[in-house]
Design a protein around this ligand. Structure first.
Ligand SMILES: NC(=O)C1=CN([C@@H]2O[C@H](COP(=O)(O)OP(=O)(O)OC[C@H]3O[C@@H](n4cnc5c(N)ncnc54)[C@H](O)[C@@H]3O)[C@@H](O)[C@H]2O)C=CC1
Ligand SMILES: O=C(O)CCC(=O)C(=O)O
Length: 435
C-alpha cells in the first residue's frame, strides 16, 4: 500500500544481530517504518543505513542501597540514535519492562520527531528497568542520582539533554540536574528539560505534549470535516500526555467516553469529567473506582464507539488483533510507537486516519527546546508566548506533513518520515565522514 518503486542502500555488512528486526519488538517496528520511507529518499537513500544503527549505546549498572540495608542493582540505558542535526534529546523512562530494544526504538523516534518539527536536535532516550512504585522516595532519589552519574559520561547541555517520559517527572529532572551540576561543578540547568519552573523549567512544559496532541487533532479534524463539539473521545493512558489531551478536548466540547490505564478501563456514555478524573488519579494512582463510571473489560476498550482515539500509554498497543475493532475516525498517537506496522495497514485500509507519534506527540520536545533556549539565555517567556509558539510550530509541521502525504499518496506516518529522514540524511551528508 505504501510502497513505491526504488530501493534503499544494501549494506555490505549485515546489521549486528542486536539491531536486527525479526524478534526485536519496537525496534523491529521502527526498522519496518524506515524500509517504507526508503524509496522516497532519492539519492539520500545511500545514507539510510545511518538510520538503522544507533550512534551510541550505553548500558549501565545502577547499584543502590535499599532502605532495609541490602544492595540492589538496576539496569539502565542511554541510547543516542542520531546526532547529525544537533545534540541528543529525549526522555528517561522508569518501567519494569524497559529493554534495550525499546530504548533504541524510542531514541530513533526522537530523531525523527525532532527533525519533523525542525528543532535543532538529534534523538536519544534513556531508561531504567525498574518499577518505581516499589521504591521509597529516598530509594528513587538514590537510583536517579546514581543513574545520572553513570550516564554523565555522555550527557550534557550541548551533548544530550534528557527529559521526562513514563514514570519520570519534574522532581526526577531536578535530581538529575543537581547530580550533573555537582559532578561538573557548575549550575548546569540546560542538562535536562522538564524541570520545576523554579529551577529553570519552562512554563507550559508539563502540558506541552498533550497540548500538541490536541493541536494536531484539531488540524486533522478541520481537514477531514470532523466536528469536535460532541465528538466522542477514548483515551488509553491518563498520565501527563493522555490526561492533558483529554482535558483540552473536553474544554472545546468533546465527550470523554472511555479511559484505560494500568488500573483498569472505565466508560461513561454521557461523558466523564476529565478534571475530576485527573484529581481522582492524583489521589488514588489510577482511574479504577472513579465514581459514576462503569467498569469495562480491558480487551473491550478498543471497540468502544468513538470518533477520536488517543493511545497515550506504551508501545505496540494497537495490533493486528485489535485494530479491526477500531472504528474511530482519528487515532492520535500520544504514546510513542503505539501502533504496529501491521495494525497501521489495517487502520489505513479501513479509512481510520492515524496521526503518527512522530508529529502528534512532538509538543513536549518542542517546549523542551524552548526551555533549553530560555536556560541558555537566562531569560524566561510567559506561558502565553510559549503556547503560541508551540501551536505555530505544530500547525506548520502538520501542514507540511499533510501536503507531503497528498503529494506522494502515502500515510501521514510515511509523510512525516519522508520530511524528517530527508532532513537528517541531508545533514549527515553535509557533515561528511572523515575526522
Ligand atoms: N511526557 C512527555 O512529555 C511525553 C511522553 N510521550 C509518550 O507518551 C506516553 C505516556 O507518557 P506520559 O504520559 O508521560 O507517562 P505517565 O507516566 O505520566 O503516564 C503513563 C500512563 O500510561 C498508563 N499505563 C501504563 N501501563 C499501561 C497499560 N499496560 N495499559 C494501559 N495503560 C497503561 C499509566 O497508568 C498512566 O496513566 C509514552 O509512550 C511516552 O513515551 C511522548 C512524548 C512526550
Ligand atoms: O522533551 C523531551 O526532550 C523529550 C520528550 C520525549 O521523550 C518524547 O517526545 O518522547
Amino acid at each position: 500500500m505504501q510502497q513505491a518503486s526504488g530501493a534503499g542502500a544494501s549494506p555490505s555488512h549485515p546489521l549486528p544481530s542486536y539491531l536486527q528486526a525479526d524478534h526485536l519488538g519496537p525496534w523491529g517496528n521502527y526498522l519496518k517504518q524506515v524500509d517504507r520511507v526508503t524509496p522516497y529518499l532519492g539519492n539520500l537513500s545511500r545514507w539510510v543505513e545511518t538510520l538503522k544503527r544507533p550512534k551510541r549505546i550505553l548500558i549501565v549498572d545502577v547499584p543502590i542501597e535499599l532502605d532495609n540495608g541490602t544492595i540492589d542493582h538496576f539496569e539502565g540505558y542511554r541510547v543516542q540514535h542520531n546526532l547529525s542535526r544537533g545534540p541528543g534529546k529525549g526522555g528517561v523512562r522508569f518501567h519494569q519492562d524497559v529493554t534495550l530494544s525499546e530504548v533504541m526504538a524510542l531514541s530513533a523516534w526522537m530523531s525523527v520527531k525532532t527533525a519533523a518539527v525542525n528543532v535543532p536536535y538529534g534523538g536519544a532516550k534513556g531508561g531504567i528497568r525498574v518499577d518505581p512504585k516499589t521504591l521509597s522516595r529516598a530509594e528513587l532519589e538514590r537510583m536517579t542520582r546514581r543513574y545520572t552519574s553513570e550516564i554523565g559520561l555522555i550527557i550534557g547541555p550541548s551533548k544530550d539533554i534528557p527529559a521526562p517520559d513514563v514514570n519520570t517527572n519534574e522532581q526526577i529532572m531536578a535530581w538529575m540536574m543537581d547530580t550533573y551540576s555537582m559532578n561538573t561543578g557548575e549550575a548546569a540547568t540546560g542538562v535536562v528539560t522538564g524541570k520545576p519552573v523554579d529551577l529553570g523549567g519552562s512554563l507550559g512544559r508539563r502540558e506541552a505534549t498533550g497540548r500538541g496532541v490536541f493541536t494536531v487533532g484539531l488540524e486533522a479534524a478541520h481537514h477531514t470535516g470532523l466536528k469536535i463539539e460532541g465528538a466522542r473521545v477514548a483515551v488509553q493512558g491518563f498520565g501527563n500526555v493522555g490526561g492533558t489531551a483529554a482535558k483540552l478536548f473536553c474544554e472545546v466540547g468533546a465527550r470523554l467516553v472511555a479511559v484505560q490505564d494500568h488500573t483498569g478501563t472505565i466508560v461513561h456514555e454521557g461523558g466523564l469529567d476529565a478534571v475530576a478524573l485527573l484529581a481522582h488519579v492524583a489521589s488514588t494512582g489510577g482511574v479504577a473506582g472513579f465514581p459514576g463510571a462503569e467498569k469495562l473489560a480491558d480487551e473491550d476498550f478498543w471497540g468502544v464507539p468513538c470518533e477520536i482515539l488517543i493511545p497515550a500509554a506504551l508501545e505496540s498497543q494497537i495490533t493486528a488483533e485489535n485494530a479491526p475493532k477500531i472504528h474511530a475516525k482519528l487515532v492520535i498517537e500520544g504514546a510513542n510507537g503505539p501502533t504496529t506496522p501491521e495494525a497501521d495497514d489495517i487502520l489505513h485500509d479501513s479509512g481510520v486516519l492515524v496521526l503518527p507519534d512522530v508529529i502528534a506527540n512532538a509538543g513536549g520536545v518542542t517546549v523542551s527546546y524552548f526551555e533549553w533556549v530560555q536556560d541558555f539565555s537566562s531569560f524566561f517567556w510567559t506561558e502565553d508566548e510559549i503556547n503560541a509558539r508551540l501551536v505555530r510550530i505544530m500547525k506548520e509541521a502538520f501542514a507540511g506533513v499533510w501536503q507531503t502525504a497528498q503529494e506522494h499518496k502515502v500515510s501521514l506516518r510515511t509523510a512525516t518520515f519522508i520530511i524528517a529522514c530527508t532532513r537528517m540524511l541531508h545533514a549527515r551528508e553535509m557533515r561528511g565522514l572523515y575526522p
